[in-house]
Design a protein around this ligand. Structure first.
Ligand SMILES: Nc1ncnc2c1ncn2[C@@H]1O[C@H](COP(=O)(O)OP(=O)(O)OP(=O)(O)O)[C@@H](O)[C@H]1O
Ligand SMILES: [Mg+2]
Length: 167
């Protein structure tokens, strides 16, 4: 069958940063090889917190820090984890220097904060994670996840304990 892959939508509520990271960890551990996880949400929503969990799920033991000034940070882990933050991308042409194509063709998992500039440019198995604070900075977050394609089957199962399928 051809056409767009079936997309699973799933939602959760995270009460604190630890829970956001735990959801990221479950997703990272079960993500398919070459996965591209797009992390959307306003300033301070918890995108880096979620990415830190994904890194833990990939078996990264060193601290995962925010790549805001580096644009890209890579970790060996049990499998490679790449963390990209495009907030300070000056010009879209800078994307070429990141060589994301090569990273996505290899094994491992990649998270991208502020991914709006990447939209539709990659055909890796992708997921979109939208994080929104419900109230203030320290409050709970609404997390909406779209997982495109059957490569994410194991991840959908792994997320079952954290939230629910969304219509
Ligand atoms: N439920 C929650 N989930 C995630 N973070 C939370 C939550 N509650 C409070 N926080 C706090 O909110 C902040 C989120 O910061 P984080 O750097 O992860 O956000 P970000 O979306 O990456 O920000 P930026 O837009 O600057 O990249 C942290 O200080 C974290 O402790
Ligand atoms: Mg961040």
């Amino acid at each position: 069958m051809s056409g767009a892959p079936a997309t699973v939508r799933w939602s959760a509520r995270s009460r604190d940063a630890r829970e956001t990271a735990a959801i990221g960890e479950a997703l990272g551990r079960a993500a398919p090889d070459g996965a591209l996880i797009l992390l959307e949400g306003p300033l301070g929503a918890g995108k880096t917190t979620f990415a830190q969990g994904v890194g833990a799920g990939c078996g990264v033991r060193e601290p995962v820090t925010s790549p805001t000034y580096n644009l890209i940070l890579r970790y060996a882990g049990e499998r490679p984890f790449t963390h990209v933050d495009l907030y300070r991308l000056g010009d879209p042409s800078e994307l070429e220097t990141l060589d994301l194509d090569a990273i996505l063709e290899a094994s491992g998992v990649t998270c991208v904060e502020w991914p709006e500039l990447l939209e539709n440019q990659y055909d890796a198995p992708w997921a979109r994670v939208r994080i929104d604070p419900e109230a203030g900075h320290a409050g709970p977050r609404r997390i909406l996840c779209e997982l495109a394609g059957e490569e994410w089957e194991a991840a959908v199962a792994a997320l079952a304990g954290h939230g629910e399928l969304a219509g």
